[in-house]
Structure formats: structure tokens, C-alpha cells
Ligand binder design. Structure first.
Ligand SMILES: Cc1cc2nc3c(=O)[nH]c(=O)nc-3n(C[C@H](O)[C@H](O)[C@H](O)COP(=O)(O)OP(=O)(O)OC[C@H]3O[C@@H](n4cnc5c(N)ncnc54)[C@H](O)[C@@H]3O)c2cc1C
Length: 338
């Protein structure tokens, strides 16, 4: 049992990020979480540690320092080939007991969602999933974990004062990675799989590569997104035309998806994709919290709406007031002239 209260909390130190290897490459969410961990560790005058577990993991440690890690624990073993969540969880729990981190962060990816609840249960420390904001009380080390609650109607900030480590997951593209600094160096600790970690777990017989069916909105640099204000599928044809002219992808609010105007793969928000584009053009989207949590980290937000008082229009860097079905064709014709 790892739960700790009172004075024993002082034994727990440093902010950990559980790295994710995807086809041998470090998943970008790892760099994003290291960026978030850096701020937390600096506030606590402690270090950022990254745990990199997998077959061939040793090769990936360098970039973790560049993005802000101070120490990387590497567990590189051929038995970790594929996704061995049971084995990885056992190794992680053992490492947590040994090194006692104050906070453990993991990406809310398919892999992270399968792995980290096992660790949280074995470590008896709870888990706040899908956080949209993280900060830390510099005095107590309590992690302030903000996430949508009650169907996204409120943002709740969760604090776990009686247990260590504190564990949270964050979806890709919610946090921002730091600019990599190739000159940064750090310490590598090599750990092994022990007999106590292995057991009668599952055996992977064959790995199939999935066909990419979902639209990869999260990598798009420009997104033209439409909501109920687009009025129907015809409105989305206009958005597709605009998106193709500016080299962007089409996003949508849930209202538009639910109405059947565009497939779910385009949905942005709490129950859709999280995006971090350089430019997000919100067309006839009012800006309900469930939509905002999926796109608020975009660099520049342009909103077009007939109502100047919507949340989206108020938060936008550029707000254009007017009828969207007139404004989009005008923008397209101006682009054609260029
Ligand atoms: C559990 C849960 C999860 C959810 N998850 C998501 C999610 O992932 N993503 C998401 O988007 N929503 C989600 N929602 C739904 C969310 O609460 C809102 O209902 C939805 O985002 C509203 O979509 P909208 O902004 O397109 O529609 P509206 O709020 O109806 O806004 C339409 C906007 O269009 C403008 N407009 C209308 N006509 C025109 C015109 N001719 N010209 C210009 N402007 C015009 C209006 O002024 C208005 O601002 C979720 C809700 C729940 C309860």
C-alpha cells in the first residue's frame, strides 16, 4: 500500500511523466506532459523524471532531456515488445514504491487509459482522468487537477491531500510542449524487469496494424470548424471548400455532428478530439464549455457569428459579426482573387 498521510508525504518528491512509445517513437503527449511537469517541478523546487518502458526504449531517452526532463528511468527489455500493460503496470508500481514520486502524469491515450488505472489501483492512490489544467500548491505539494465534471457543465478542481503519489491523465494536445533544447543533459537510471514482475499474464500472439479510419484533426495546423449556425450539410460544403483553399481540416461542434451534417470524426470537444492548431476558425459555434475544452489551446482563434455576445466571440482573437452563410462565400471569393 502506497497511501500516505501526514509527515510521510515529505518522503515523496519529484514529478514523474510516464513516457509512451508508439511504433518505436516517443508519442508527442510525452513531450507535452514534460512541459507541464516542468512548471510543477519548478514550483516545488524538485525534478522532472520520465519513465520510459518498452522494448528498445533506450534509444528514445535523449529527446526527453531536450524537452525538459532531468532524469529518465529506462526499462528496456524484449519482453516488453507490443503493449504489455500488465507487465508494465507491475514494473511501474515497483518503481513508484522504490523512488516515491510526488506526482505521476500519463497521457490519456488508448495505451495510457489501459495502463494507468492498473497502477493507480495497485498503488492505492486514486486517479484524476482527462485533466484540462494542472497546477500545484507550492507549500503542500497538493496537485490541483482541473477537469470537466457533471457532463461538462462545471470545471472541478480535485485535490488529493491524503495520498501520494497523486496521479492524473491528460489528453494529447491539451498541454504545450516546451521548445526543445538539444544542449540539455540529464541522468539516466537503468532498471530491469524482475522475476516478481512477471507472471501468468496474457501472451501476445500477433500484432495487427490498425487502418487509420479516424480523421487526424489533432495534427492539423489550420481548422475551419462549423456549428449549428451552418444550418445544414450545405453549410459544411462551404467550410470544406474554404478549408481546402487554406490547407486546413474541417472541425465541428457536437450540435452539427448530432444533426448528421458531418461525421463524428470531425467533432472537437470533450467527447470529440482535442486540437491545438495554429489557427482555429469557429463558424456559428457559440462556445459551450464542452467545445472549448477541445480547442482552447489553439494559437489564434477567429470566430464568425451573428451574435457578438457568445463566449466564442468574446474569447476570440478576431471576431467577425454577421451571417456566416454570406461571410464564408465572400472569404472564398477573396481567396480566389489572390
Ligand atoms: C456530456 C456532454 C458532452 C459534450 N461534448 C461536446 C463536444 O465534444 N463538442 C461540442 O461541440 N459539444 C459538446 N457538447 C454539446 C455542447 O454543450 C453544446 O450543445 C454544443 O457545443 C453547441 O454547439 P454549437 O455551438 O454549434 O450550437 P449553438 O450553441 O446552438 O450555437 C450556434 C451558434 O451559431 C450562431 N448562428 C446561428 N445562425 C447563424 C448565422 N446565420 N450566421 C452566424 N451565426 C449564426 C448562433 O448565434 C450561435 O452562437 C456536449 C454536451 C454534453 C452534455
Amino acid at each position: 500500500m502506497i497511501a500516505k498521510t501526514g509527515i510521510e508525504r515529505a518522503e515523496y518528491r519529484n514529478i514523474w511523466v510516464i513516457a509512451e512509445l508508439k511504433s518505436g517513437e516517443i508519442h508527442p503527449v510525452t513531450h507535452e506532459l514534460i512541459g507541464a511537469a516542468r512548471g510543477l517541478a519548478d514550483a516545488r523546487n524538485s525534478e522532472v523524471w520520465t519513465v520510459l518502458i518498452g522494448a528498445g526504449a533506450s534509444a528514445g531517452s535523449g529527446s526527453l532531456f531536450a524537452y525538459g526532463a532531468d532524469t529518465v528511468i529506462v526499462v528496456d527489455d524484449p519482453r516488453l515488445n507490443g503493449f504489455q500493460d500488465e507487465l508494465e503496470a507491475k514494473v511501474l508500481v515497483r518503481l513508484i514504491k522504490k523512488y516515491k514520486p510526488e506526482v505521476v502524469l500519463c497521457g490519456a491515450t488508448t495505451r495510457g487509459r489501459a495502463l494507468i488505472p492498473r497502477v493507480a489501483v495497485a498503488a492505492n492512490c486514486g486517479l484524476t482522468a482527462d485533466c484540462t489544467g494542472l497546477s500545484i500548491d507550492p507549500e503542500t505539494g497538493d496537485l490541483l487537477q482541473t477537469r470537466p465534471a457533471f457532463g461538462g457543465n462545471i470545471l472541478a478542481t480535485i485535490r488529493c491531500p491524503n495520498h501520494r503519489p497523486q496521479m492524473a491523465t491528460v489528453r494529447p494536445r491539451v498541454m504545450k510542449a516546451l521548445e526543445p533544447d538539444a544542449s540539455r543533459r540529464g541522468r539516466i537510471i537503468r532498471e530491469s524487469i524482475l522475476d516478481m514482475d512477471t507472471g501468468k499474464g496474457k501472451k501476445i500472439i500477433e500484432i495487427f496494424k490498425s487502418r487509420e479510419t479516424a480523421l487526424n484533426l489533432s495534427d492539423a495546423q489550420i481548422i475551419v470548424a462549423g456549428g449549428r449556425g451552418m444550418k445544414g450539410p450545405e453549410g459544411f460544403k462551404l467550410l470544406k471548400e474554404l478549408a481546402s483553399k487554406v490547407g486546413g481540416a474541417v472541425g465541428a461542434s457536437r450540435a452539427a455532428v448530432d444533426a448528421g451534417w458531418i461525421p463524428y470524426a470531425h467533432q472537437v470537444g470533450q467527447t470529440g478530439q482535442t486540437v491545438q492548431a495554429k489557427l482555429y476558425i469557429a463558424c456559428g459555434i457559440s462556445g459551450q464549455i464542452q467545445h472549448l475544452v477541445g480547442m482552447q489551446s489553439c494559437e489564434t482563434i477567429v470566430a464568425i457569428d451573428k451574435d457578438p455576445d457568445t463566449t466564442m466571440m468574446q474569447m476570440a482573437d478576431i471576431a467577425i459579426i454577421g451571417d456566416i452563410l454570406e461571410i464564408i462565400p465572400e472569404i472564398i471569393s477573396e481567396l480566389d482573387k489572390l
